[in-house]
Design a protein around this ligand. Sequence first.
Ligand SMILES: Cc1cc2nc3c(=O)[nH]c(=O)nc-3n(C[C@H](O)[C@H](O)[C@H](O)COP(=O)(O)OP(=O)(O)OC[C@H]3O[C@@H](n4cnc5c(N)ncnc54)[C@H](O)[C@@H]3O)c2cc1C
Length: 418
Amino acid sequence: MSRRTEAEYDVLVAGGGAGGVGAALGAARAGAKVCLVEKYGFLGGAATTSQVLAYCGFFQQGEAPAQAVGGAGELVLDELRRLGMDGKPHMSETTGNWIILLNPEGLKLALDRVLEAHGVDVLLHTRVAAATRTADRIEAATLAGMEGRRRVVAEGFVDATGDANLSLVSGVPMRVGDGEGALQAVSAPIRVGGIDPDLKIDREAVKTAIARYNETGAFPIARTDGGIYTRVPGTGEMWWMVIDLPLPDLTSASFTHAERTARKMAHDYVEILQGGVPGFERAFLAQTGPQIGIRETRHPAARYEMTAEDILSGRQREDGVARAAWPVELHGAAGKPVYHSIGGPGFASIPLDALRAKGLDNLYLAGRVIGADPIAYGSTRVMGTAFATGEAAGIAAAAGLTDGAEVAGRVRELGGLT
Ligand SMILES: Cc1cc2nc3c(=O)[nH]c(=O)nc-3n(C[C@H](O)[C@H](O)[C@H](O)COP(=O)(O)OP(=O)(O)OC[C@H]3O[C@@H](n4cnc5c(N)ncnc54)[C@H](O)[C@@H]3O)c2cc1C
């Protein structure tokens, strides 16, 4: 199928995180010619740019893992499995929720392969820098890449940039953070090497070392429970989420301060392990970044904003095109996450209108930029869910669809869950 006239592409997807990959797969499997544009040299979004090494949202809470995401997300898990990762649900020791553990290098390769197999044109090292529009449609995006700037015309667009960069340059109104200036804390997960692969990490020893550090250390640790840690699959390394910082605003100065402070903290904290936790005597800081983990920036105005009530009651809708299954996870105070479970059947329907930008008929939203109030956002932003909202946005963008029930049907035909 093609609606192209002078357009080079049926669908242009901005951003190559879970939302963007889901969107590109959804659109390509719906028959569209698709271009995906990513500013880094690899795909994966926060998983590969910020060491966020667990997919949340693929499964509901509960004693047994009930699947909440299929379709494009499942294709990615299949590719991970082909590359030797297990792609299976593991119960998080700290939160009691089901997650899928990731090896970031394997993930980068898996995402390259799955998009290549579906004929998606991927442009890395390329940023969506500007857009031209009429009153109600985006006409073209300006891409800033290695060869300079060029204009790409498409019929449909998906903003999967996490920071709403395509919506921003297209003039969509924005809410910053919770609308009153408060942003979720940033965190910098790190990888620690030099530990015995068979070591059973002693959480009590980690807690004691943190308590000792907090008496005089330069950067007291709010996660006095030891933080969240797991092994990085396929390596002898530990993944540790223990660095948290407040983000006062969206200025470059604040991001620079956060990056530099987190770096100092990372070095300090590995010393805590070296000096105080058995088995970590030869530990070293294996990896930070490439960039700090940013939970929240801008929220473009959508035609529907998911509400706290929708999520907490597990509201079901006929125009639901994806499932939000991850409990609301709020990081209002750095290092002190708060969780609220989802009611009803354990997931809430995400309607198509939450994926449609207000005022622009051919701009769809995927991943963490979908319409959600500050509480609902604590659930909808996770990466498993981002694959699902991406897939639905891509399917809708491929044919310019606006009817939620129709898109839901097409999502189900492609193996997605609504
Ligand atoms: C510290 C931290 C811990 C988290 N823990 C978890 C967890 O354990 N599990 C989980 O599932 N979720 C977790 N989350 C949430 C989750 O990582 C994000 O909400 C999720 O990655 C959103 O996916 P996305 O595709 O919308 O955006 P992103 O993953 O942010 O991807 C957006 C992509 O767009 C690219 N981009 C941005 N602007 C442009 C542009 N102008 N042109 C081209 N490309 C652009 C970026 O480089 C990036 O690759 C965590 C987040 C943080 C910060």
